[in-house]
Design a protein around this ligand. Structure first.
Ligand code: UDP
Length: 251
């Protein structure tokens, strides 16, 4: 192995999809995109890539527009969801710009075709980008209304043959109850897909969780707030919750 090549054998997960909610991009703000926050994420992604991981991203759109919110105000749901999907494209373009500003090659692929601003989603082309070390950002979810970007993340993680879907959140894993409301809540180190669904522990949409279960690809829930947390997850270190078929650490 050449001296400047990363030692991939140290990685627990070599190819991953990182799911960020749109709200994560707001940083300290109440709406929209906070560029310094995006830079922090981009640096974590760059470090993970430097360690030899192949990374793709799905970013939500909740910092700009959510279909259900538009529908609650009287819009037709499918129309409002189209706006939500457009919001995810804006976030994807922002992250692309920030990633490239620190030297990380990226491609944006959208499930809604938008040829003037990004590539259309083409599975085999996306795989090729990843093999070449480019970070692929999948925008517009699955391209259909009545879905969320959690389901988009699950679908793309499976299509890209990822070793895991990494769900970056504000907390460091899945708890028995909401730790903000219940002081006795404890964090699961490992939990089975079925237990998560039966107990209705809502870390991701149930449709996304069942897609991951049916294809036996683990989800790792970890905190975006902790410095170095993405690298830790890739190496199987640090604090997180792994959701897998049996819920055992060996899975
Ligand atoms: N959306 C959609 N189909 C998809 C993915 C997303 O219609 O496949 C729309 C939906 O309106 C959703 C919005 O895009 O509310 C933003 O996505 P999401 O709510 O998942 O963002 P997040 O909560 O992760 O920020």
């Amino acid at each position: 192995m050449p001296a400047d090549e990363p030692d991939k054998s140290q990685l627990k997960y070599k190819r991953v999809l990182l799911k960020l909610s749109g709200e994560a991009l707001m940083g300290p703000g109440q709406f929209g995109i906070d560029i310094p926050t995006c830079v922090t994420f981009a640096q974590a992604i760059a470090a993970a890539r430097d360690a030899g991981a192949e990374i793709c991203l799905v970013i939500g759109g909740g910092n700009i527009f959510r279909g259900v919110a538009g529908a609650a105000k009287g819009m037709e749901r499918a129309q409002a969801d189209s706006m939500g999907m457009l919001a995810t494209v804006m976030n994807a373009l922002a992250m692309q710009s920030v990633l490239e500003s620190i030297g990380v090659p990226t491609r944006v692929q959208s499930a809604l075709s938008m040829d003037a601003v990004c590539e259309p989603y083409i599975r085999r082309r996306a795989q090729r980008h990843m093999e070449k070390g480019r970070v692929v950002i999948f925008a517009a979810g699955i391209g259909n209304p009545f879905f969320t970007t959690d389901t988009g993340a699950a679908l793309r993680a499976i299509e890209m043959n990822c070793d895991a879907l990494l769900k970056g959140t504000q907390v460091d894993g899945v708890y028995t109850a909401d730790p903000k409301l219940d002081a006795t809540a404890t964090r699961y180190e490992n939990v089975a897909f079925d237990e998560l669904l039966i107990k209705n522990l809502r870390v991701m949409d149930p449709s996304a969780v069942s897609l991951m279960r049916d294809n036996n690809v683990p989800i790792v829930v970890f905190s975006l707030k902790e410095k170095g947390s993405l690298l830790n997850v890739l190496h199987g270190r640090g604090t997180s919750t792994t959701i897998s078929k049996t819920g055992r650490a060996s899975e």
